[in-house]
Structures are given as structure tokens and as C-alpha cells.
Design a protein around this ligand. Structure first.
Ligand code: NAD
Ligand SMILES: O=C(O)C(=O)C[C@@H](O)[C@H](O)[C@H](O)COP(=O)(O)O
Ligand code: ZN
Length: 347
């Protein structure tokens, strides 16, 4: 299963080799308006002549079925068959949506992901979760479908906005908190900005890949990767539905604090560990803004979380730094209390 991951300078030549395979009928590159401008030029030398560029608008608000229709129309109009390849060039929105479009088109078009944000390189492009948002609910429609290959080249990160880089870092920290205490302590000491992202990306991909290999369809341990997301997705959906600005990684960073606090309330995590997590996260992220009166409505959205069973909201918590624990029942009231705790923290 790890054969499908290509990291570093060899990643784009691996893509070229794959696209040159006999029997490949057509190639399309799916990009958003930003990656078409900033990343596509570097990809072009590795693409066959005659490929098509399909461009979609950038942003989470376009991670919808309506955008999928645009993609499916293009593929249909230009005669793409199951031996054609869709190369998804972008952040998590492009890789989630493109992977979903490829999985459904004629029940399976060949698909390769070329992630261009830190978030997509360490998380979204790895592990086969694809999907789109539906009526504001995060990834409400989707399928598990591994791509044929994921080609990760950290040189793409050079044009990324610092806010987007930070958003991706939230998922890096999540991986440390659920599985790598030593990396968390090193990260805390050294701070976020590094010259070369490759070692951080490779280590983070390794954590995710190990967990996904054990449980590809999230029956058990894969739920660890959802730490921070019960609250994070509720907060992200709530703010997006209101047209307020929030990035997935920013919502996850807030969710990490809330769910670490819940871990303390449940007697699983030491208060000193929460203190370390909070201090570190607030050294990187600004507080997500909402008012105290909104906490109940935000927490209510967790009833739609995919880890739930019946009326039970199952959260992933920590029993120590580097030790995630999944299937921990929580109530909407407890989630709302965690949001109130977060809201009261100094800005
Ligand atoms: N499938 C999974 O396992 C998984 C995991 C984590 C997150 N996600 C999903 O990923 C999405 C978030 O991904 P994201 O943070 O990458 O957001 P994104 O795809 O919206 O990209 C962020 C912004 O950066 C721009 N961009 C991308 N690459 C660039 C580059 N190299 N230089 C300059 N600009 C660039 C994009 O155009 C966009 O405006 C969410 O929808 C989230 O639900 C999925
Ligand atoms: O890969 C996983 O599994 C994750 O949970 C990774 C998350 O960072 C990611 O945001 C994922 O898309 C969330 O999945 P969902 O099933 O909660 O929608
Ligand atoms: Zn996430």
C-alpha cells in the first residue's frame, strides 16, 4: 500500500512515468484558480502533450456537488474513459473533490494526487478519504478510494500563504498528539517555521499511513486521525454556513484545545499536558472568534459527526501526549462546555 506514495524530488518524475504507461487514453489536470496559476507551470514538463486543464474556483465553499458536476461535464464532453487519468493538483479541497469525482465517474477513473498545501501533503492526500460538503456539513458525501499514486513535492509550498501553512501545521500537531510525544516536544522547542519542510512532511505522512494501513475504512483506530475534528468540524460548518472566514486547519487547532480540555475533564489527561498543548497552539494560531451565545448551536452540529453511533457522539481524546484514544462518548452539553472553555481563554 505504501507503494502509491512518492515523496521528494523523485515525485514528479514518478508521475510522468505513470502517465506515459501504455494504454493511458487521456490525461486531465484538475486545479483551482490559484494552483492553475502558481503550481501548474512546474507540473507541465511532467505531463503528456494534449492533456486538458480543468479549472475550478478556489475555496472550501466550492467543495460541493455543483463543482463535481462541472468536472464530470468536462470529462464527459472530452471523451474520458476508465483508462484516462485525472491528476488533482491542489490543496485538500482539490484532492478530496477530485478523488471523489474520479471514484464516481464511470465507477472509477484513474486518479493521481499532487498535493500543493502543507495540509494536503501531510493529511488530505494520504489515506483515501474523498468527498464533498453537503448543505454546509463537512465531507457529508464521500467514499473511501485510494488514488493510484500520491506525488508529494514540498517545493510547491514556497508560494503558499503563511495563514495556509499554519492551517496545515494543525494536522501535523494532531499527528504528534495522537501518536508521537517526542516529536511534539521537539516541535514545541523549535517552533513552526523550518527551512526544509521535507522531514516534517515525511514524518507526518508516516504516522497517518501507519494508522490508515491498520484500518483503511475507519472501523476503529483510524478514528484517532479525527482527534480535534468532533468540535473542529462543528465549528467549521457553523462558521462556513454563516459565511464567516475559517480554514479547516484553524478549526482543527481550536478543536484540539477543546478536545484536550475534555480529555482532562474525563480524567484521561493531566492538566499540565493541556497547559503545554494550549501554550504551544496559541503560539502558532490566533483564537477562532465566536461569541459565548453561539456555543450550543455549534455543539449541536456534532450530532452529524461520522464517528457517531445512534445517539452516541463518539469523540477521540488523549490519555497522554502522543496517546490518542477513540470511541469516547461525549454529550452535546460537554462539547458546548469545551467551547465555552476555549472562548474564555485569553485572546
Ligand atoms: N481527505 C482527508 O483525509 C482530509 C484530511 C484533512 C483535510 N481534508 C480537507 O482538506 C480541505 C482543506 O485543505 P487545504 O487546507 O489544503 O485547503 P485548500 O485546498 O482550500 O487550499 C488552501 C488555499 O491555498 C491555495 N493553494 C493551494 N496550493 C497552493 C500553493 N502551492 N501556493 C499558493 N496557493 C496554494 C488554494 O487555492 C486555496 O486557496 C478541507 O476541505 C478538509 O476537509 C481532507
Ligand atoms: O484521514 C482521516 O481519517 C482523518 O480523519 C483526517 C482528517 O484530518 C480529515 O479532516 C478528514 O477529512 C476528516 O474526515 P471525516 O470523516 O471526519 O469527514
Ligand atoms: Zn482534518
Amino acid at each position: 500500500m505504501t507503494d502509491y506514495l512518492h515523496l521528494g524530488a523523485a515525485a514528479l518524475p514518478a508521475l510522468a512515468a505513470l502517465l506515459a504507461r501504455p494504454g493511458t487514453t487521456r490525461v486531465a489536470v484538475l486545479a483551482d484558480t490559484n494552483t492553475a496559476r502558481l503550481c501548474y507551470p512546474a507540473l507541465q514538463p511532467h505531463l503528456p502533450a494534449g492533456h486538458r486543464l480543468i479549472e475550478i474556483p478556489a475555496g472550501e465553499e466550492y467543495k460541493t456537488l455543483a463543482t463535481c458536476e462541472l468536472v464530470w461535464n468536462e470529462l464527459t464532453e472530452h471523451g474520458f474513459d476508465r483508462h484516462s487519468v485525472l491528476v488533482c493538483l491542489g490543496g485538500g479541497v482539490v484532492t478530496d473533490l477530485g478523488g471523489f469525482c474520479a471514484a464516481l465517474y464511470k465507477r472509477g477513473l484513474r486518479c493521481v494526487l499532487v498535493p500543493t498545501t502543507l495540509l494536503a501533503q501531510v493529511d488530505a492526500a494520504v489515506g483515501g478519504k474523498t468527498g464533498v460538503d453537503y448543505h454546509g456539513l463537512k465531507n457529508h458525501l464521500g467514499v473511501f478510494q485510494l488514488p493510484e499514486a500520491v506525488c508529494i513535492d514540498t517545493r510547491f509550498l514556497s508560494t503558499l500563504d503563511p495563514r495556509e501553512l499554519r492551517a496545515g501545521y494543525a494536522e501535523v500537531v494532531k499527528h504528534w498528539l495522537i501518536a508521537d510525544a517526542e516529536a511534539f516536544q521537539t516541535g514545541r522547542r523549535e517552533g513552526m517555521f523550518v527551512e526544509d519542510w521535507m522531514p516534517t512532511v515525511a514524518a507526518s505522512v508516516a504516522v497517518k499511513q501507519r494508522i490508515v494501513q491498520e484500518d483503511p475504512t475507519e472501523r476503529g483506530p483510524r478514528k484517532l486521525l479525527n482527534f480535534g475534528h468532533t468540535v473542529g468540524h462543528a465549528l467549521e460548518s457553523y462558521l462556513l454556513l454563516q459565511g464567516r472566514s475559517i480554514l479547516h486547519g484553524e478549526a482543527v487547532a481550536a478543536g484540539l484545545v477543546c478536545e484536550a480540555w475534555l480529555s482532562v475533564q474525563k480524567g484521561l489527561l493531566a492538566p499540565e499536558a493541556l497547559d503545554q498543548i494550549e501554550t504551544f497552539l496559541f503560539s502558532v494560531f490566533e483564537k477562532v472568534q465566536f461569541i459565548g451565545l453561539e456555543t450550543d448551536a455549534i455543539a449541536e452540529l456534532a450530532r452529524q459527526d461520522k464517528k457517531n453511533q445512534g445517539d452516541t457522539i463518539n469523540c477521540t481524546l488523549l490519555r497522554g501526549i502522543g496517546q490518542g484514544v477513540y470511541d469516547q462518548p461525549v454529550t452535546v452539553a460537554e462539547l458546548a462546555a469545551s467551547l465555552r472553555y476555549y472562548h474564555r481563554l485569553p485572546a
